[in-house]
Design a protein around this ligand. Structure first.
Ligand code: SF4
Length: 71
């Protein structure tokens, strides 16, 4: 699977994956660089609206836990 075109400017990756490193590294390997990419809800939002959603929407479609969002 080709790396997601947004990997270098995806605010979820830049902010939250970096913040909790290494716990969410699997999101990058599975979604951003892997076969789950076609299910990424951030990408779905991009396809529908022409822009990525806010940083707190996870590839799964859930939002990051509130305590992380406040940091
Ligand atoms: S989280 Fe989704 S939109 Fe962001 S880089 Fe990974 S696959 Fe692309």
């Amino acid at each position: 699977m080709q790396e997601c075109q947004h990997l270098n400017n995806c605010e979820f990756v830049l902010r939250y994956v970096a913040q909790v490193k290494p716990h969410w590294d699997d999101f990058v390997s599975l979604y951003c660089c892997g076969d789950f990419q076609e299910n990424c809800q951030r990408l779905e939002h991009f396809k529908a609206h022409g822009m990525l959603p806010d940083s707190a929407l996870m590839p799964t479609g859930q939002r990051v836990p509130q305590n992380l969002e406040k940091e």
